[in-house]
Design a protein around this ligand. Structure first.
Ligand code: ZN
Length: 95
């Protein structure tokens, strides 16, 4: 492969990286207009951690399994307004 071919491929790669952002609808608290800090509160969480005992008597953590039994609520981090109706959108935008 010649040098010019290689640079062509590189250019294509850069082009494909450009992503046009769709209309972003930011979650904003209707009470205090906060759009930065939010709280997610989970009810009735069972935390289960599985440990394996090694031959020398020490333990290794094998599995961390948490289970949410209750509701997951979503609040404004500023004034505490219940924004649970935006929670689905929050999960969609969580990376
Ligand atoms: Zn608020």
């Amino acid at each position: 492969m010649s040098y010019s071919e290689t640079s062509k491929i590189k250019q294509n790669k850069i082009k494909s990286k450009v992503v046009t952002l769709p209309n972003i609808q930011r979650i904003t608290c209707p009470d205090c207009s906060n759009n930065k800090e939010f709280l997610e509160i989970s009810d009735g969480v069972i935390l289960t951690t599985r440990f394996i005992q090694n031959s020398d008597g020490s333990f290794s953590q094998e599995l961390d399994d948490s289970q949410v039994l209750g509701q997951v609520k979503f609040y404004c981090g500023d004034c505490g307004a219940d924004l649970t109706r935006f929670h689905k959108r929050f999960l969609e935008m969580l990376f």
